[in-house]
Design a protein around this ligand. Sequence first.
Ligand code: SF4
Length: 211
Amino acid sequence: MKNLLVARKNKAIGILKKMEKRNFIGVYVDTKEEALKQLMEWAPKGSSITMGGSMSLSQMGVTQEFLNEHYDFIDRNLGNTFEEKRELIAKGMLADTFLTSVNALTQEGELVNIDGVGNRVALMAYGPSQVVVVAGMNKVEKTLEAAIDRARNVAAPANTVRLNLKTPCSSMGICFDCHSDDCICASTVVTRHSKFPGRIKVILVGEDLGY
Ligand code: SF4
């Protein structure tokens, strides 16, 4: 484990350097506990926050209960109807922080997300004053093509199983490029640059997080 963390740290240092030219701010930490500490430095208690559903964040202990306790949490899940959820997502656009993970990232520092409804990628691209991304180093791929492949053939199948969706990948484990009602792959967004320096902040974590 120690050797793995050393190798991941060295790799992360190279990625963080490349993120600088993309106007991202990034740090590396070994553990999810350190990641939580960094998150709370960037997003001070009491500030407004909204979140995209993420296994990585829940593994860190960033749950709805945690956010309600420490933040002014704008929770789209409180909406009972599509319209109510849409209103909460719109309110979240003006939050201080959008908290999320990614489906994959590249060694060049590009962030890859695939989204079904589109709220996660919309909030990431435009909205909250800052975006804090937490990503385990297990999500790093060498190329953009490999990162998108990871999003479609690793992250999406696991997410459809978690969400109990009826898609070909939830039963077969790989992407069948479906157009089913439950498809969670409507939009593929590659974040390669931030127009506003420092708006996107990335915490790379040596431990495996999410899928
Ligand atoms: S099968 Fe459909 S839902 Fe599953 S990864 Fe492919 S496009 Fe996405």
